[in-house]
Design a protein around this ligand. Structure first.
Ligand SMILES: [Zn+2]
Ligand SMILES: [Zn+2]
Length: 399
């Protein structure tokens, strides 16, 4: 048996007793201290123990590192929440990975300005994922229908949907109690297992997901009753978004981070894609930025000409001037009254109006009498008819 005396004893006791002091205590604070208090305490202690001021002093070196570690955790809202709940025994092991906190490089100048914040801000982005693999939550796709009017000017909209989010009851840990989650013994919390395989004279290292914990590095012993130990639960979300003017049907708008929360504790939420569907309009068809419509007109309107006014998507009346002597099949183009467009010069497409001849299938006796009188005047003689047939053929061939 080995006996510890003097410095060896101190060291031994140090290892088992003082390795993990309370982070608040290290910074000389009480639980519930504000972010500003945490920052100020760190700044003054870090200046005090900075190696530039304490050349070769190993005790202040340890203190400097300790203060940094405490600040790294307490300045990160996510890590602070876990620390406040579980202390040093948080499920899943050290947030700094198996090697523990390695210290950060901070100059004394940084401690006077605000330069240290960005240094700490990146710790859990990089150190965190050295542990169990970092996963992004799944993306979600929802559909949203808008009207033609909303395409004209764009719109603000919101959608409500259910999405798997980090369980609020257990903060995503999967268990309500401190001891409810254990580091997976099969993989020591790494989530992966390394095996040395021998193939003939060669050996090779094979890394695979741990089957005991499904790669998560931890095992839930006492599941949270709200999320059944999953760490995530369905939450009803309301997301607001803007639809830009002139949008095409089928366009997917992306809301970063509004998708599912990741399965693992570190990782990013997935994205939410909102696919825009444009409802049918009563009379318009769409061709890019142009709007197409047909107007059925009577014989007399086409012969004599007319002006039609109909309400339009842009809120102004759409005035269609049909010139006298118009033929069915002709189109009238109203420039600048279509949807917004980057391509067209004035920023909007056109409304194209196709003229159609509307032939009534049923007419009153009275109207029939009048038409029979007109027929006398309008009918062609044999010669006229021959000429008309010839003219028609000619214009058709000219295209
Ligand atoms: Zn495992
Ligand atoms: Zn839960």
């Amino acid at each position: 048996m080995e006996l510890f005396k003097g410095d060896r004893l101190k060291q031994f006791l140090g290892e088992i007793m003082s390795v993990k002091r309370d982070y608040y205590e290290i910074l000389g604070l009480k639980r519930g201290s504000s972010a500003a208090e945490i920052k100020n305490a760190f700044r003054s202690l870090a200046r005090k123990y900075h190696p530039d001021k304490n050349q070769g002093n190993s005790e202040s070196e340890i203190k400097f590192k300790e203060v940094q570690e405490a600040y790294a955790i307490l300045s990160d809202p996510n890590e602070k929440r876990k620390y406040d709940t579980y202390g040093h025994n948080r499920p899943g092991g050290s947030p700094f990975g198996s090697s523990g906190f390695e210290g950060v490089n901070i100059s004394i100048e940084d401690l006077f300005g605000g330069g240290f914040e960005s240094v700490f801000g990146s710790i859990f982005g990089s150190a965190g994922n050295r542990r169990a693999k970092r996963q992004r939550g799944s993306d979600l796709l929802v559909r949203h229908s808008i009207s033609f009017e909303e395409v004209m000017y764009g719109c603000d909209a919101s959608i409500k949907f259910d999405v798997l989010k980090t369980c609020k009851s257990c903060n995503g840990i999967g268990s309500p109690t401190q001891d409810g989650v254990r580091e997976c013994p099969a993989c020591d919390g790494r989530g992966r297992i390394q095996k040395i395989e021998r193939v003939g004279p060669f050996t090779q290292q094979v890394v695979s997901d741990c089957s005991s914990c499904k790669g998560e590095g931890r095992i839930v012993m006492v599941p949270c009753s709200y999320c059944k130990g999953e760490g995530r639960a369905n939450e009803s979300k309301n997301v607001q978004f803007s639809v830009p003017p002139g949008i095409e049907s089928g366009t997917r708008l992306r809301k970063s981070g509004s998708g599912e929360s990741p399965k693992t504790e570190n990782g990013d939420s997935g994205h939410l894609y909102i696919e825009i569907d444009i409802k049918e309009h009563e009379w318009f068809e769409r061709d890019g930025a142009d709007l197409l419509m047909a107007v059925p007109l009577s014989y007399t309107d086409l012969v004599l000409g007319t002006t039609i006014e109909i309400p339009h998507l842009d809120g102004e009346l759409l005035k269609i001037k049909v010139p006298s002597g118009s033929n069915p099949g002709q189109t009238i183009s109203l420039k600048g009254r279509g949807f917004p467009s980057q391509r067209s010069r004035n920023g909007r497409g056109s409304v194209m109006v196709l003229l159609k001849l509307d032939i009534p299938t049923k007419i009153s006796r009275e109207l029939k009498k009048k038409l029979l009188n007109l027929k006398e005047d309008l009918s062609y003689s044999d010669d006229e008819l021959n000429n008309k047939i010839r003219d028609e053929a000619q214009s058709r061939r000219r295209g």
